[in-house]
Write a protein that binds this ligand. Structure first.
Ligand code: HEM
Length: 537
């Protein structure tokens, strides 16, 4: 949006961007005073000291000194693009959100990222990728903050600092940058076996995507959708790339990363600039909203579990196309703030305790990262729906609020804003029955840490399985502590006998015995059919 341009003394003014800081013909100070010189400090004599009174020097340097903001504590490195989501109407019967109405077009901004590396790290590392989408709907902002891997490392958000501390570079040497090949990572995942399925996905080709354009995306958690009649369903969100799912092989990733550490960032921007717009279908797996929140024996509140598509097919509900690069990386890609709690009427959360912790974490971190509580007013974060909140003041307040009564109830300013009816508002909690003893606890189903890792490994083609074995051998080979390697071999023994013997051979260590049966007798009949005959795409 271009601001109104006031001309000075009849002169035609040039406006760039949104006009802030780039208006008019002449170089000025931040307060609009024209400058005649910007290359020399004000000094006493040709060879003398610089004078404190040089406002232009001090302003220029001081602003520069504060140009950087903290990088994201995770997902620091990313690339983003603008686009549109077009709904096909298939979700209308399960969700009342206007963005899913047939033919609805919603502007989106999508940021892809690696998880562990810093802002300047390479794109091509073995890591999970973030896939975060901001839908600017006419009912408010909806953020789908997902990853390219459908399972997560942990079941409970209270463990997030642990997994991230373990996976980030060692605190003493600050290496390795964005590789999982180090002792702390492998130490943690060997002691914390609920990470097994995610680690296996990471060691598969999914951990080194060919392009952001060729990745699937997953909401991971189970969400609750509500339709116009108030009926609810549980769903998992999936993005399916039109370009198909493709990965680099390890050697390609090493060469690409060496030649061009911006490999994925460049690929996304170049494709869009060339008019080869990336697109994805958005789909949902739908499950009945039963009291136990289970499906075919799979706990829908456990984010370390998927539901195989053979058991619950993905139903396409719309298509997203990215067709514009950001104008300014900092203003858009860096300042965008996603939040899993940004919901619209018809989309609700579940009791997944990983999701529940995320609801706290994102806003909290963004208050630091983006300098106070008003970052929703930054252009990239502004909703396209009208905002009428009672939030006031704070650092970087850009609004000039009128009236005297930002509180509820009030009788001044013409009274309070109207409250929406329950069926047109968000955050209408489904009145679930909740009971139980207070305690730090988890359901028994959360103890199954290996069946899904086995399911995933079985689904891979022989060459993909070979890549997994090579990845484990390489990454564990980088560990200094032998007992960490040995403990991880113990985990692999619970996944597949062939896999553990190749990796143990590569590391020159003995092959351990499994500590639990590899046959998954506990799986439901339908689930135990899934795996061996999965097509490989
Ligand atoms: C950032 C995904 C779990 C805390 C992100 C981003 C993605 C993401 C995609 C980058 C957003 C962007 O591009 O700006 C996920 C997924 C999770 C998960 C899919 C699990 C299913 C968690 C948990 C926590 C957490 C459990 C903490 C309890 C954060 C924080 C950021 C972040 C602090 C940085 C946000 C910012 O600075 O704007 N996450 N995350 N995440 N995540 Fe998560």
């Amino acid at each position: 949006r271009q601001p109104e341009v006031r001309t000075v003394a009849g002169a035609e003014e040039k406006v760039k961007g949104n006009g802030r800081g780039q208006r008019g013909e002449y170089l000025t100070t931040a307060t609009g005073t024209r400058l005649y010189e910007t290359d020399h400090s004000l000094t006493a004599g040709e060879r003398g000291p610089t004078l404190l009174q040089d406002h232009h020097l001090r302003e220029k340097i001081t602003h520069f000194d504060h140009e950087r903001i903290p990088e994201r504590v995770v997902h620091a490195r990313g690339a983003a693009a603008h686009g549109t989501f077009l709904a096909n109407g298939a979700a209308e019967n399960i969700c009342k959100a206007s963005l899913f109405a047939s033919g609805a077009r919603t502007p989106v901004f999508v940021r892809f990222s690696t998880v562990l590396g810093s802002r300047g790290s390479a794109d091509t590392v073995r890591d999970t990728r973030g896939f975060a989408t901001k839908f600017y709907t006419d009912e408010g902002v909806f953020d789908l903050v997902g990853n390219n891997i459908p399972v997560f490392f942990i079941q409970d958000g209270i463990k997030f600092p642990d997994i991230i501390h373990a996976a980030k570079p060692h605190p003493d040497r600050e290496i390795p940058q964005a590789q999982s090949a180090h002792d702390t990572f492998w130490d943690f995942v060997s002691l914390h076996t609920e990470a097994t399925a995610h680690t296996l996905w990471n060691m598969s080709d999914r951990g080194i995507p060919r392009s952001y354009r060729m990745m699937e995306g997953f909401g991971i958690h189970t969400f609750r959708l509500v339709n116009a009649d108030g009926e609810t369903n549980l769903v998992k969100f999936h993005w399916k790339p039109a370009a198909g799912v493709h990965s680099l092989v390890w050697e390609e990733a090493q060469i690409a990363g060496g030649v061009d550490p911006d490999f994925h960032r460049r690929d996304l921007a170049d494709a869009i600039e060339a008019g080869a717009y990336p697109s994805w279908d958005l789909g949902v797996q739908v499950f009945p909203d039963t009291e136990d929140e289970m499906f075919e024996g799979i706990d829908l509140l456990d984010p370390t579990k998927i539901v195989p598509e053979e058991l619950a097919p993905v139903q396409v509900i719309g298509t997203m196309t990215l067709d514009a690069n950001p104008t300014n990386f900092f203003a858009e890609t860096e300042q965008v703030a996603f939040h899993p709690g940004h919901l619209v009427p018809g989309v609700d959360i579940t009791n997944d305790r990983l999701l529940q912790a995320r609801l706290f974490s994102y806003l909290d971190t963004q208050i630091t990262r983006l300098g106070g509580p008003n970052f929703d007013q930054i252009p990239i974060n502004r909703p396209h729906a009208p905002v009428n909140d009672m939030l006031r003041d704070g650092f970087h307040q850009d609004g000039v609020h009128t009236g005297v009564a930002p509180y509820h109830p009030n009788s001044l300013d013409g009274g309070c804003p109207f409250m929406a009816s329950a069926d047109s508002a968000a955050y209408i909690e489904v009145p679930e029955e909740v009971s139980g003893r207070k305690g730090r606890q988890a359901p028994a189903s959360f103890d199954d840490h290996f069946s899904q890792a086995r399911l995933f490994y079985r689904s891979l083609s022989p060459v993909e399985q070979e890549h997994v074995a090579q990845a484990y051998t390489f990454e564990l080979g980088k560990c200094y502590e032998e007992n960490i390697k040995t403990r991880n071999l113990g985990i692999l023994a619970n996944i597949d006998a062939g896999l553990v013997s190749i990796v143990a051979g590569g590391l020159g260590l003995p092959v351990p015995e499994p500590t639990e049966p590899l046959s998954d007798p506990e799986l439901s009949p339908a689930l135990s059919q899934v795996g061996a005959e999965w097509p490989v795409d």
